[in-house]
Design a binder for this molecule. Structure first.
Ligand SMILES: *[C@@H]1O[C@H](CO)[C@@H](O)[C@H](O)[C@H]1NC(C)=O
Length: 256
């Protein structure tokens, strides 16, 4: 009977720590019921994540962008840039953290980012019809911005996207974000694929095309890599716990 407590402790640790380890990735995000997305990706900077479902038949992109504002009274934003890789030209969705917290229906704004000037208080028209705009606040104060964008039929399967977080708002208008390395690195390529095509392609080093120049046929590298990273992140704590479990079991045997 003396052997029971260590085992219970080990199991308790396993039960408590595993979900925590998993929630470090986008796969652990829990949205309100009715909001589900086929794919998610942990974005490489600012601790942000994008969840989305792409429907090529429309085509439309239903998404949830998740990021913590740089400070509690700040803002978060995400956008597609059809004309380049940077901020200028982005067709952006933005929400103030304060609005997200109160679930204000009209909280999410659209901005056609035409330059580096501060954004105004009011939305400006963007190239994509945006519906279902909404926002809320999730675990840890992360703001979650929801939208469905109607994309252009001729659009490439790999689009440039950018994201950003700011720390403050002045008279209803988002203040300029910091220019730290993480802020400047907040851009990437988003690979649009249908739900059915969600199975990632084999990452095994195919000697074939290494370039992005293959156009629509280029493999969704970002997603595959991010999946691999998630797996590594989850399995490392799991291994530690299994080792701990093994250690405790050994100790238990020795004590008994
Ligand atoms: C966004 O701004 C650019 C530059 O002023 C303009 O050419 C473009 O038509 C605008 N897009 C929309 C959807 O208004």
């Amino acid at each position: 009977m003396a052997s029971t407590p260590p085992l219970q402790l080990a199991l308790l640790l396993l039960v408590v720590a595993l979900p925590a380890a998993m929630s470090a990735s986008c796969a652990g995000e829990h949205f309100p019921s009715g909001r589900t997305y086929v794919t998610c990706e942990d974005l490489p900077s600012l601790g942000a994540a994008l969840h989305w479902t792409y429907d090529a038949s429309v085509p439309s992109l239903s998404l949830a962008f998740v990021a913590a504002p740089a400070a509690p009274g700040g803002w978060v934003a995400w956008g597609i840039n059809p004309s380049g890789g940077g901020m200028v030209g982005a067709q952006a969705l933005l929400v103030l953290a304060g609005d997200a917290a109160t679930s204000a229906a009209s909280a999410v704004r659209t901005y056609n980012i035409t330059g580096y000037a501060p954004l105004g208080k009011a939305s400006t028209p963007i190239a994509f019809q945006a519906t279902g705009l909404a926002a809320d606040v999730g675990v840890g104060g992360k703001v979650r911005l929801y939208a469905t964008l109607r994309l252009d039929t001729g659009m490439k399967k790999v689009v440039n996207h950018v994201w950003q977080v700011g720390s403050s708002v002045t008279r209803g208008a988002p203040d300029i974000h910091a220019m730290d390395a993480e802020n400047l690195a907040a851009r990437g390529k988003l690979v649009l694929s249908d739900g059915a095509a969600a199975s990632p392609p084999a990452l095994a080093g195919g000697p074939s095309s290494s370039g992005e120049g293959s156009g629509d046929g280029s493999p969704p590298l970002s997603r595959t890599i991010s999946r691999a990273a998630d797996t590594a992140r989850v399995s490392a704590p799991a291994l530690v716990l299994l080792a701990l479990l093994g250690f405790l079991t050994t100790t238990m045997v020795l004590v008994a």
